[in-house]
Design a protein around this ligand. Structure first.
Ligand code: ADP
Ligand code: MG
Length: 340
C-alpha cells in the first residue's frame, strides 16, 4: 500500500539555515504545520537570520489569514468565512472580505475554463466523501462508500447560478439551501500566489506541494530546484525541475485516501461520475499563476489526457501525467524545465 503521511495540526515552526559555500550568505527555511492542514515551507537566501525570520513570518501571517477565510469546517470569532456563507445557504447574503469575493470569482472562472472538471460549488458532494473518508480512517474495519443515492441527490445542488456574488454590497448569497462551497482544489495554490505576490524576490513558497518561486535563488540567477514526488512512494523524485518564476503544482491519489474492501478511494472527485477519478495517479502542472496551476492540476487529474492537454495549452501551462501503470505523458514544453 502507498504511504500515508499523517500531519498533526499543532502549531509548529521548524527553522533551519545552511551556509552557501563561498557566498557569505545563508539559505534559510521555515516550516509551518498550521495552515491548510498541510506542510508549508518558505525558503530564501538572505544576509541574516533575523531578516529572513521577519519576511517568512509576514508570508506565514498572510497564509494564516487565507486559511481562516477559506475554511469550511471551523468558525473564527468576528470573522465571516466560507463556512459562514455555507451556513447561510438559503437564508441570506453574508458580508465578507474582498479576498473571498476575489477567490470565488476566480473559482467560477476555473469552473468555466476547465470544462466544469473543477467545481468549487460541488461542496455537498465533496462533503459526503469527506465524511465517509474521515469515518473510514477512524474505523478502517467499517470503512464504507458514501450512499450512491445521497451522492446523486447532492449532485443536483452544484450550480454556480445559485451563488450570488454582489461586488457592490460585498456579499455572497447561496440561494440553493442544499448547495455548499468547497475550495479545497484551489485554495492552497491561490493563497500561495497571493503570498508570492507580496513576498520579496528570490523566495520559494511551498504550501502542501503547491510551489511558487518569486525569483532565482540567488543574485547570480541560480534557479531553485523542485522535486516531483513519486506517486508509488519511491524515495527518488520522478523529476527535479528548475524554477525561478513559476508555480509548480502536483495533484496525486496518494495524498488523501481511504480503503474500502481493499480498494483505494482518494480525494479528487470526477464531477461526471461523482466517484474518485481513475485515469491517473499524479498530474504536475507548471504555470505562471499558482491559483490557475492548482485548478489545472485537479482538472487534468479528472479529464482525459487529450482534453487536458488542449486545456493546458490554452492556459499557457505545461503538464506531466502519470497513469495507473506508471506511464508518463508530457506536454511538449515540459522538458524545458527538467533538470534531472
Ligand atoms: P490537494 O488538495 O491534495 O493538493 P487538489 O488540489 O487536487 O489536491 O484538491 C483536492 C481537494 O479539492 C479535495 O480534497 C476536495 O476538497 C476538492 N475536490 C476534489 N475534487 C474536486 C473537483 N472535481 N472539483 C472541485 N473540488 C474538488
Ligand atoms: Mg488542485
Amino acid at each position: 500500500m502507498r504511504r500515508c503521511i499523517a500531519i498533526g495540526l499543532a502549531l509548529c515552526l521548524l527553522f533551519t539555515g545552511c551556509a552557501l559555500p563561498g557566498k557569505g550568505k545563508q539559505q534559510y527555511q521555515a516550516t509551518y504545520l498550521d495552515v491548510f492542514d498541510t506542510v508549508t515551507s518558505i525558503s530564501a537566501v538572505t544576509d541574516g537570520e533575523e531578516i529572513f525570520r521577519q519576511q517568512a513570518e509576514g508570508i506565514h501571517g498572510l497564509l494564516l489569514r487565507y486559511h481562516q477565510l477559506f475554511d469550511i469546517y471551523n468558525d473564527y470569532p468576528g470573522l465571516n468565512n466560507l463556512k459562514t456563507i455555507n451556513d447561510h445557504a438559503g437564508i441570506g447574503p453574508v458580508k465578507v472580505d474582498g479576498e473571498i469575493l476575489h477567490l470565488l470569482n476566480d473559482c467560477r472562472d476555473y469552473y468555466e475554463r476547465t470544462n466544469h472538471a473543477v467545481n468549487a460549488a460541488m461542496g455537498s458532494v465533496l462533503r459526503l466523501w469527506h465524511e465517509a473518508r474521515t469515518a473510514g480512517l477512524d474505523d478502517p474495519a467499517h470503512a464504507a462508500l458514501p450512499d450512491a443515492a445521497a451522492l446523486q441527490k447532492a449532485a443536483a445542488h452544484t450550480d454556480w447560478a445559485a451563488v450570488e456574488i454582489d461586488e457592490g454590497a460585498g456579499t455572497v448569497y447561496i440561494t440553493d439551501p442544499e448547495l455548499r462551497l468547497d475550495v479545497g482544489a484551489v485554495a492552497k495554490g491561490w493563497s500561495a500566489q497571493r503570498a508570492a505576490e507580496a513576498a520579496p524576490r528570490g523566495f520559494l513558497i511551498s504550501v502542501g506541494g503547491n510551489v511558487c518561486a518569486t525569483g532565482p535563488k540567488d543574485d547570480d540567477g541560480t534557479p531553485w530546484v523542485v522535486g516531483i514526488t513519486d506517486p508509488d512512494g519511491g524515495s527518488e523524485y520522478l523529476h527535479t525541475l528548475y524554477d525561478t518564476d513559476r508555480a509548480i503544482v502536483t495533484s496525486g491519489d496518494y495524498q488523501r485516501y481511504y480503503v474500502v474492501d481493499g480498494e483505494i478511494y482518494h480525494h479528487i472527485i470526477d464531477p461526471a461520475t461523482l466517484y474518485p477519478a481513475r485515469r491517473f495517479c499524479s498530474v504536475t502542472v507548471i504555470c505562471r499563476d499558482s491559483g490557475l496551476a492548482d485548478a489545472l492540476s485537479t482538472a487534468l487529474f479528472v479529464l482525459p489526457q487529450a482534453e487536458g492537454e488542449t486545456l493546458a495549452e490554452s492556459c499557457g501551462a505545461e503538464a506531466m501525467w502519470v497513469d495507473l501503470e506508471g506511464n508518463r505523458f508530457y506536454t511538449p514544453g515540459f522538458q524545458n524545465w527538467i533538470c534531472g
